[in-house]
Design a binder for this molecule. Sequence first.
Ligand code: SF4
Length: 407
Amino acid sequence: MDDSTRTSGSRETFTLAPAVSFDPDATTPEPVRARFPGEEPPAGLRVGDLGAGTESEPHIRQALLGETFDDPIAPGSVRCVACAHRCILRPGRIGICGVRQNRGGRLYTLVYGQVAIALPEPIEKKPFYHFLPGSYAYSVATRGCNFHCAFCQNWEISQAHREGLVPESRNVTPEAVVEEAVAAGVRSVAYTYVEPTVFLEFALDSMIRARAAGLHNVFVTNGYETPEAIELVAPYLDAANVDVKAASDRFYRRVCGARWEPVRDAVVEMHERGIWLELTTMVIPGLNDDRRELRAMAEWISTAVGPETPWHLTRFQPAYRLSDLQPTPAATLVEAAALAREVGLRHVYIGNAPEVEAATTFCALCGERLISRADFAVTEWRLVDGRCPRCRHALAGVGLRGSSALA
Ligand code: SF4
């Protein structure tokens, strides 16, 4: 891809889509509409109604959460309301995420079932420490992302559209994903590695089938979902690990091409809907390691979603456009964790730093050791019916009531 086709900046100057031809009859029907609170769900919301894709392009389907946008200069524009960018797409244009396109006045997903990653992993690796500890999740990802974080560890798939890359992928159906997950013996499906909102249709269809097969669904997300997107997935979403990169608009704008407020609001919205939440922050030297800002973030977490919400502080490793930065010093992580505990957070973990790793769960009330971990595995389980064996305080989380997750 050359520079003339890869523009950036305003919301309306997205990557120019490759030329496509349309059946004129296919461009005129009613546009796909999102289900907004208070509206009756219109027909055409489910993936089964979005078209089967063509034999040569099974991954291109009509998308959810697209609406017509009245632009007198560019008739046929649509707005995607899947994430807080709320891209307005003139005909032929692709959104910031690189995988949702206006084709003939309708919004399409370009990555339905086109998985770049599908593999079983310990749930602790996502990371979730209070959700089905010791179990495995089947991780699924397509390419594309609505953020362009300068430190992205998965940039080969998340930023493929910006970097002119075509990641290896295969086309699978939601049924196949669930079959693979069941065969792998996992207890959940994780939509992860890139922001799952950008492949919402495939995620949602897989979630419905996973739930029917007795599996849980988890998002590893940057939290940039709109309320409309959360409303769609919430009935099937059991847990989310939200990557809260900083509690500052300056950081989000400068480093990720996004804003802080929508993330903040989505975290609260998911919490209020009863979705189990864990939060993760990668502490990056010189960018978000200011002690006052970390303290403010801990205070916000405690107030907004409760002091027993797990917070994972992870070490930055040089990657992508920040390859010249040094890894986070261990002392910074230790100090950040101490600050968080000082303001009242009860479950603060340190990851990706073996020399100071803090991966043990302690009782929020009496401090008793409850769950020990090493290398993303549970090595000791001391909960009794989900409670501390000493003071009987219930540990916050999901799937903690078994006598042991190690079995
Ligand atoms: S998911 Fe977000 S970035 Fe992608 S097209 Fe929709 S609004 Fe734009």
